[in-house]
Design a protein around this ligand. Structure first.
Ligand code: HEM
Length: 222
């Protein structure tokens, strides 16, 4: 049986609260993926981490190029911020982990996720859902993941640029401002559009889950 977060959002909830509540169960499932568990327990090898970075590269390339196409969109522009861009950090990390280059990545899970992100160019609300799921996650649990990787791979800060958001300033106030901006655009949206946006957040979590499942099969860890 697949357990999911409540399907309908509460009309009185702010958009940021509806997004968080609407994906709480999916978030827990993402935390419980066996790839993540192996990575965080220090049971993943470098090849498994490189494979993750390669998939993230495809995802962030789609997020950041779609974001540029939506720069003037009234909804999407509430969250778009070049200070969040992860592509340069991912490239720097790949250079660290695989200085001699990486094998070509074949990832049906990433391809499906990328297609969905690219399609969100047709509605800023859908783009916001994908933006939130990745970047607010990176600014939240992602921060702890970066610290754990640093310790378990003995990196001394190298190869984990992905987790360092030097240009956003202090993370907690940034996330608070991000949620405020979500709430402002949410207040101007209809209930149905907020519902549609939250549905897209849950879908976005599902694409991430599929990515982890693909990685778990390819790299079960030690
Ligand atoms: C082991 C894996 C993970 C851990 C330990 C983790 C942990 C956390 C924690 C502790 C928070 C709350 C931080 C706060 O309130 O400021 C959080 C928030 C969040 N996480 Fe995760 N997370 C994990 C995986 C993921 C994944 C795979 C995604 C999606 C790709 C994700 C997306 C988010 C989002 C969007 C938030 C913000 C929720 C909100 O405040 O609206 N997380 N995570």
């Amino acid at each position: 049986m697949v357990i999911a977060s409540p399907a309908r959002i509460a009309p009185e909830d702010t958009l940021s609260a509806a997004m968080k509540k609407g994906s709480a169960v999916e978030h827990e499932q993402a935390e419980g993926s066996s790839y993540m568990a192996a990575l965080l327990d220090g049971r993943m090898d470098a090849a498994g981490y490189i494979a993750y970075l390669q998939r993230l590269r495809l995802v962030y390339d789609a997020l950041e190029s779609t974001g540029r196409a939506l720069a003037d969109d009234p909804i999407a522009s509430a969250v778009i911020d070049p200070a969040l861009d992860r592509l340069p950090a991912i490239d720097a990390d790949l250079q660290h982990w695989a200085p001699n280059g990486v094998p070509e990545v074949v990832s049906p899970a990433a391809a499906a996720y990328v297609e969905r992100i690219t399609d969100s160019v047709t509605w800023g609300g859908a783009f916001v859902a994908h933006h939130y799921t990745r970047y607010l996650g990176d600014l939240s649990g992602g921060q702890a993941i970066g610290r754990i990787l640093d310790r378990s791979f003995d990196l001394d800060g190298a190869g984990i640029a992905f987790y360092a958001f030097d240009e956003v300033g202090k993370v907690k106030p940034y996330k608070d401002r991000y949620r405020d901006r979500l709430d402002q655009v949410g207040a101007a949206m209809s209930y149905d559009d907020r519902q549609r946006l939250v549905d897209e957040v849950r879908l976005s979590f599902g694409f991430n889950q599929a990515l982890f499942e693909e990685l778990s099969e390819l790299y079960p860890g030690r």
